[in-house]
Ligand binder design. Structure first.
Ligand code: HEC
Ligand code: HEC
Length: 207
């Protein structure tokens, strides 16, 4: 075996990770397509380069190394603020397809390797704490405004599929929360990763 062949086998076999060196980034999509998407979907209206006046935090702050599910949590949190402004200006909520979400997340420097493996128990605690069950059911327990969460099989297929589907439903959820007079859920840190891990796990194991 030449050194080059050995190195190739070592890399393919995951030896680099085992040796404790940082693994290469695992981006969810294509960052340059994501950049074009960001510009075309109203995002640039409120997120501009640092120093330029805008409603939202500067673009340079949005683009930082972060977990894919961590970013999904951030996107979830900002739906009500964004929805309010868009509605006041008569602009429709920008729908995001799964592949567009992957590209957008890659542009915002999200990386699968930066999400911790989910803590399933903490995910169950989050589900109750943030109030999903005020509107949704889990194994029959909970509210009736939304779906039974164990029956959303396709939706848990991957973190990007999940992020896109909750993004597209968030205007209806935010409005429902206002109608019911309840607080719209918010996520910090690893909460979204834990919640997703927990939901995916219970959906895969019907009772
Ligand atoms: C109408 C203004 C507006 C538009 C349009 C908008 N945002 Fe935001 N965004 C905000 C505001 C305000 C915040 C901070 C407040 C909050 O998180 O609720 C924010 C926060 C964020 C954050 C979280 C920042 C952080 O680090 O916590 C991300 C990520 C983000 N926006 C991405 C986007 C993307 C992607 C789009 C386009 C699909 C978009 N925004 C469109 C106003 C906007
Ligand atoms: C205030 C009520 C309310 C809360 C709280 C709420 N949801 Fe929803 N959710 C809804 C409604 C209503 C829909 C249907 C939206 C639509 O038709 O676009 C929905 C849709 C969804 C969908 C898409 C399902 C489909 O129809 O394809 C998912 C996934 C989801 N919610 C997950 C959650 C999770 C996870 C939480 C907690 C973090 C949560 N929801 C909190 C009301 C709520």
């Amino acid at each position: 075996m030449t050194t080059q062949q050995w190195l190739a086998a070592f890399l393919i076999g995951g030896g680099l990770v085992a040796a404790g060196r940082p693994a290469a980034a695992e981006l969810p999509g294509n960052p340059s397509r994501g950049q074009a998407f960001f510009a075309s979907k109203q995002c640039g209206r409120c997120h501009k380069p640092r120093g330029q006046q805008a409603l939202g935090p500067p673009l340079d702050e949005l683009r930082r190394r972060q977990g894919v599910l961590e970013l999904a949590g951030r996107l979830w949190n900002h739906a009500p603020a964004m929805l309010g402004v868009l509605e006041a200006e008569g602009i429709e909520w920008p729908e995001i397809s799964t592949s567009e979400m992957g590209d957008l997340m890659a542009y915002l420097q999200a990386d699968y390797l930066l999400d911790q493996p989910p803590d399933l128990f903490a995910g169950q605690v989050t589900l109750v704490k943030v109030g999903c069950l005020k509107c949704h059911r889990l194994r029959g327990e909970g509210g009736s405004a939304g779906i039974e969460l164990t029956e959303y099989h396709g939706g848990y297929e991957s973190p990007v599929v999940w992020a896109a589907s909750i993004w597209n439903h968030s205007p209806r959820m935010a409005k429902q929360a206002v109608e019911m007079g309840i607080l719209y859920p918010r996520f910090t840190g690893a909460e979204m990763a834990n919640l997703y891990g927990y939901l995916r796990n219970v959906a895969e194991k019907p009772q």
